[in-house]
Ligand binder design. Structure first.
Ligand SMILES: Nc1nc2c(c(=O)[nH]1)N[C@@H](CN(C=O)c1ccc(C(=O)N[C@@H](CCC(=O)O)C(=O)O)cc1)CN2
Ligand SMILES: [Mg+2]
Length: 299
């Protein structure tokens, strides 16, 4: 068996097109969705993600507000910026790029964002709403994973799903979303005993541990659909001195001989994350104007 490769890059392009159509529709009502992105410090990967977010926001016809603060910015200064953005009617979505420097309490900053503008879906109110089956802003990476799974498999009801990783930004919301789709969900992590046996139950496997090559082929049930959330940068001397490349959490070359379908890294989940951020911003904008959330941008 050679797995189908799920093309996240192409799918993200489709979502961005839907976003642009909704933005054009809103412009006819003189409404321009606006996204504010806040970057603290100079982490090189975050720099790239923020640049891509701003570019894609503008390409979709939305307003992009970029705020860059120094590495030694005080927590209170960041919270004050968030409060100003909460009060700004041109801003419908606020995203604080993670990770933040160590001296800043991430939860405190995230929970300072107005939940209605929390397009990352990380605020405790949105996490609670998702966990209790109420409408919520859904975190972008799990939302992108779910869209790809639905596109590939259709109705997910009754499927055995295994999520590897329990982070607040991917593992936990992913598990909640799959539960909402009526999957039987198992979450495993670094302390899970007999993890190979647990993962082997999965007809759907979502790997989000942040460790390169963590998932070997003999953990994967034949015919499973595998979503690799990992983005690990490794040295690539074959590309030249000092060069690097990205790999996922799954041993792609071996797993593709066992799985029915798999997302690649790069070109899988990553591009979907930014496309879903744009989708969430349009949703937040619609809701703030008393308009219904666009059906083609939400789950
Ligand atoms: N506030 C947030 N911070 C972070 C999030 C998030 O959703 N909200 N997620 C990650 C980083 N991230 C977005 O911020 C992100 C990561 C990767 C990609 C992506 O497109 N990856 C490409 C490869 C890009 C490259 O060459 O480096 C791919 O996988 O094909 C987009 C967004 C942590 N922080
Ligand atoms: Mg910190």
């Amino acid at each position: 068996m050679t797995a189908a490769i799920i093309d996240g890059k192409a799918f993200a392009g489709e979502i961005r097109e839907r976003v642009a159509n909704q933005v054009a529709r809103l412009k006819e009502m003189d409404i321009v969705p606006g996204l504010a992105v806040v970057l603290v410090g100079d982490d090189p990967a975050s720099e790239i993600y923020v640049r891509n977010k701003n570019r894609q926001t503008e390409e979709a016809g939305m307003a992009s507000f970029e705020h860059r603060l120094g590495e030694d910015t005080e927590e209170q200064e960041l919270v004050e910026l968030v409060r100003r953005l909460n009060a700004d009617p041109q801003v419908h979505g606020i995203l604080v790029q993670l990770p933040l420097p160590d001296h800043i309490d991430e939860n405190l900053v995230i929970n300072a964002i107005d939940p209605a503008k929390d397009v990352d879906g990380f605020h405790v109110i949105n996490a609670g709403r998702l966990a209790t089956g109420q409408s919520a802003m859904v975190p972008c990476t799990p939302l992108g994973c779910l869209l790809m799974l639905r596109d590939r498999l259709g109705d997910l009801s009754g499927r055995e799903a295994v999520v590897i990783g329990r982070s607040n930004i991917v593992g936990k919301p992913m598990a909640q979303l799959l539960l909402r789709e009526n999957c039987t969900v198992t979450v495993c992590h670094s302390r899970t005993r007999d993890i190979a046996d647990v993962v082997r139950r999965g007809e759907i496997v979502v790997a989000a541990v942040g460790r390169r090559d963590f998932v070997p082929a003999d953990w994967i049930r034949r015919g499973a659909t595998v979503i690799d959330v990992g983005i690990n940068r490794i040295d690539a001397p074959e590309k030249g001195e000092g060069k690097t490349r990205l790999v996922g959490d799954v041993q792609f070359d071996a797993v593709k001989d066992v799985a029915d379908a798999i997302t690649p890294v790069p070109g899988g989940v990553g591009p979907m994350t930014i496309a879903c951020l744009l989708a969430n911003t349009v949703t937040a904008c619609c809701l703030s104007h008393g308009l219904p959330a666009p059906q083609d941008l939400t789950v």
